[in-house]
Design a binder for this molecule. Structure first.
Ligand SMILES: Cc1cc2nc3c(=O)[nH]c(=O)nc-3n(C[C@H](O)[C@H](O)[C@H](O)COP(=O)(O)OP(=O)(O)OC[C@H]3O[C@@H](n4cnc5c(N)ncnc54)[C@H](O)[C@@H]3O)c2cc1C
Length: 376
């Protein structure tokens, strides 16, 4: 089949998952023409298999700047949700009235408290409101909370969104604003000559003056081609879905939430399993189910509908990566394991920087240079 002829784009984004889509959405104000190239359903995708939390309280241990960056995104989320609704008519079901990490017993409470205090004391963390709740305080936010939950960490910044509606809203916005979404355009080779990138795909070569690598777990391989050395470390997460119930109006928890449509998600494991996705295992599912029922005993009457696993897109140290290539100016790389939470700041803060051609100095912390420190 002959390759379709495409003009030279201002920006080509490699990867149409949540990260590539949020960037393409935000780039529209600063780029004349945008293409989003996606490989297709054969790829390892987190964007359709995630838990849908907009979550701050567990972010930034070991890198204070990541906590501050995430806080910024939680603040921008209401603006992103409102813009998407206005532009596309799609309500992404953002609920951001706080979130809980339930804790069972003194050991968990003491360990978590020490962890949070250490996180908040790090340089670069912008202080935010959080509290340790006792059982009764937590039960006032989660009707029917089990007696095994003896405490919980709460912040007002956390919340949930429907990640599938989010992806749909971005893609609807593309259709309405001329962003070219090109499926089956898996990029195999990237070259740059005369300030223009050529992206080779099975459907022909796409040319663009700037490129953004947002291909999830493939960013390691593609980054090499533009001088960006990014060690990837996927992490598997398994999730159980329960049937719909009446809305409980419970504050979402880090491993248990009700969807806007009434179904429940029980999750999500953190496993070092290489690239083995689409694998669910009974011991892990049993642990998730046991903890869910101890958290909310009424769930033992609710039927399980299905379970799945997906791979988290993670750099080796688990923190985001943002960088423009020094050897191939105009090539940017974006990788993170919280693409739902960070969608707002990716669209509204990072995309304008990419459009302007330079990342702000505050993002230096997130470059791949941290993986290549000379050891003496
Ligand atoms: C179990 C689980 C739970 C999670 N829960 C949360 C949560 O609650 N909150 C949160 O914020 N985050 C969560 N995440 C993380 C979040 O889902 C990811 O950060 C996000 O989806 C990453 O998006 P991405 O676009 O980088 O990657 P992906 O979703 O992997 O998308 C990458 C895209 O690139 C395309 N691609 C790959 N190679 C090529 C190529 N060569 N050329 C062109 N296209 C290519 C693929 O087809 C794919 O569409 C979770 C993840 C998992 C697995």
């Amino acid at each position: 089949m002959a390759a379709a002829h495409h003009p030279e784009f201002d920006v080509a984004i490699v990867g149409g998952g949540l990260v590539g889509s949020s960037l393409a959405y935000g780039l529209r104000d600063g780029a004349e023409s945008i293409a989003v190239l996606d490989e297709g359903d054969v790829a390892l995708r987190a964007s359709r298999g995630n838990f849908g939390l907009v979550w701050l309280q567990s972010k930034g241990f070991g890198m204070g700047a990541y906590s501050r960056w995430t806080l910024g995104s939680t603040r921008l989320w209401p603006r992103l949700a409102a813009r998407l609704l206005d532009e596309t008519g799609i309500d992404v079901a953002l609920e951001q009235k706080g979130g809980l990490t339930p804790l069972m017993g003194d050991y968990e409470i003491e360990a978590r408290l020490a962890w949070v205090n250490k996180l908040m004391a790090q340089p670069g963390v912008e202080p935010y409101e959080w509290k340790l709740l006792d059982h009764h305080q937590a039960a006032s936010l989660v009707p029917g909370l089990g007696p095994d939950v003896t405490g919980a960490i709460w912040t007002p910044h956390d919340g949930i969104v429907n990640p599938l509606k989010l992806l749909r809203a971005f893609h609807t916005a593309f259709e309405r604003s001329g962003v070219r979404y090109l499926p089956h355009h898996g990029v195999t080779r990237i070259t740059q000559a005369g300030g223009v990138f050529s992206l080779e795909t099975p459907k022909g070569t796409i040319r663009a003056r700037k490129i953004v690598l947002a291909s999830g777990l493939r960013n390691g391989e593609l980054g090499e081609q533009v001088g960006l050395h990014l060690p990837m470390a996927p992490q598997r997460g398994q999730i159980i879905v329960l049937e719909r119930t009446r809305p409980l109006h419970a504050t979402p928890m880090v491993t248990l939430r009700q969807n806007d449509e009434g179904s429940w998600l029980v999750g999500d494991s953190q496993e070092d399993a290489g690239y083995a996705d689409h694998v669910t295992t009974l011991p892990v599912l049993a642990t998730l189910a046991d903890r869910a029922v101890r958290t909310l005993p009424a769930l033992k009457e609710v039927r399980a509908v299905r379970a799945w696993s997906a791979l988290r897109v993670r750099a080796q140290d688990g923190f985001p990566v943002y960088e423009q290539s020094a050897s191939h100016p105009g090539a940017f790389i974006v990788t993170c394991h919280s693409g739902v939470t960070l969608a707002a700041t990716h669209a509204l803060t990072l995309a304008p920087m990419i459009a302007a051609g330079a990342l702000a100095p505050e993002l230096d912390t997130f470059s791949t240079r941290r993986f290549h420190v000379q050891k003496t």
